[in-house]
Design a binder for this molecule. Structure first.
Ligand code: NIG
Length: 423
């Protein structure tokens, strides 16, 4: 039941309170394992903001705490809400036929070339009304919250033409309006529509001259992204589009090095991209090169699992090389049909040898930096937005350890209880 905003909220009896306090910048190297853990902690929230955080006895003594509405975390783990910084959460229908084809041996690229994949999602997108899309996304938002995600990036990219891309972005905006989970919209150029396969330059021109300016004018997206990979957009094509988007005021992201090593990550980091995402085939020289930039390396192990690959991105080498790593679900109907960040933590730990602490940093404060919100969300520090989740475990390491489960018991967004598991 939502609590009133007028009275402060006091979250008490936090067995492990993971504050993620630290420097006001992405964390590098060993810093990624520092969770700012407080045992028997408490948190006071006033006007949507963290007003006090620390040991329970100290916080509870404050005059404001005495007047506050109390929420008992029952000795469980409390941490910042997850920031899922890479999703394609708005789609018209699942693609179980791709899934079954892959089980029989077809690759992601072969399915795409045969007319499945992103183009199949685009065909279904055309027959979905904006109203239906809004309802679908609102439902996804509920599920995000139930799994502890309080901020999520959502990409367009199943439209492939002006009208359909605008429809997607307007649906994202409408669903975001009264959503308890903050949505960050991204304009994604995902695939060449079938009718432009022999006229790629014309399609790029349309994107540059019509789509990008229109989306900028209507303020429908904050970020711009391209699927730059073997069989999709080339390095030169992606660079041309990223340049136009930066000129129109978008912050940049890039799908890079997922299917093959192309040099996309370096190119995007050179353009000050906020994040480069996937990185399954990143090279050693790319890692060295990324170190000198401000770009976040966002890893998406859900797609590696779902596509039946073993090419997990080199998380250990990135972290040891002092590059800030974020984790995201990449929730989409083709390569990663999960929106559960807890499952992504399990994959990060078991398959990429990240420690549970590093994975939590990657899924909270680094996710926040990957969507340009590191100063506002992603940690539970004085003055930051009170977005947090209570997990029904005694030790934070149990979150990835018990994999494929949902441990989330309660979620607070901007100081308001927005999800409470029925008992
Ligand atoms: O991030 N790689 C490109 N885009 C998605 C897949 C989207 C789809 O297949 O529908 C991804 O894996």
């Amino acid at each position: 039941m939502p609590l009133t905003e007028a009275r402060p909220l006091l979250v008490v009896n936090c067995g492990q309170l993971l504050t993620l306090r630290g420097p006001r910048r992405p964390r590098a190297g060993k810093e990624m394992a520092e969770l700012g853990l407080v045992r028997n902690g408490a948190l006071l929230i006033k006007d949507r903001i963290v007003a006090m955080v620390g040991r329970g006895d100290r916080v509870c003594r404050s005059p404001d705490a005495r007047k506050a509405v109390r929420l008992d975390a029952r000795g469980k783990v409390v941490l910042p809400g997850f920031v899922d910084s890479h999703t394609h959460a708005l789609f018209a229908a699942p693609r179980v036929e791709d899934y079954v084809a892959r089980i029989s041996g077809a690759s992601y690229s072969q399915i795409a070339r045969a007319g499945g994949g992103i183009r199949a999602s685009a065909r279904r997108m055309r027959s979905a009304s904006e109203r239906v899309l809004i309802e679908r996304l609102k439902n996804v938002v509920r599920l995000f919250l139930e799994h502890g995600t309080t901020t999520a990036e959502v990409k367009s990219g199943y439209g492939l033409d002006l009208v359909q891309e605008l429809k997607m972005l307007r649906a994202i905006r409408a669903a975001a309006e009264d959503a308890a989970c903050e949505l960050v919209p991204t304009l994604l150029v995902h695939e060449i529509p079938a009718r432009y396969t022999t006229e790629r330059a014309r399609f790029l021109q349309l994107v540059r001259r019509r789509l990008i300016p229109r989306v900028a004018r209507e303020r429908l997206a904050e970020f711009f992204d391209v699927f730059c990979d073997r069989g999709f957009f080339s390095l030169a094509e992606a660079k041309e589009l990223l340049g136009a988007a930066a000129g129109a005021g978008f912050k940049l992201k890039l799908h890079a090095e997922q299917l093959a090593r192309t040099g996309a990550a370096r190119m995007a980091a050179g353009l000050n991209a906020v994040s480069v995402d996937h990185l399954d085939h990143l090279s050693e020289t790319d890692i060295r090169w990324l170190r000198g930039t401000r770009t976040i390396a966002t890893l998406l192990p859900g797609s590696v699992l779902h596509l039946g690959s073993t090419d997990y991105p080199p998380a250990r080498r990135l972290i040891d090389g002092k590059i800030p790593v974020a984790l995201a679900t990449n929730f989409n109907p083709g390569s990663s049909p999960t929106l559960n960040m807890q499952m992504i933590l399990s994959l990060a730990c078991s398959q990429m040898r990240m420690s549970p602490a590093e994975a939590i940093t990657a899924a909270t404060i680094h996710g926040a930096y990957a969507v340009g919100r590191g100063a506002r969300v992603g940690s539970l520090e004085l003055g930051k937005q009170a977005d947090l989740a209570i997990m029904d475990v005694d030790d934070y390491r149990e979150i990835p350890y018990f994999f494929g489960m949902n441990h989330c018991a309660t979620v607070i967004k901007k100081g308001r209880v927005v999800y409470h598991k029925a008992t």
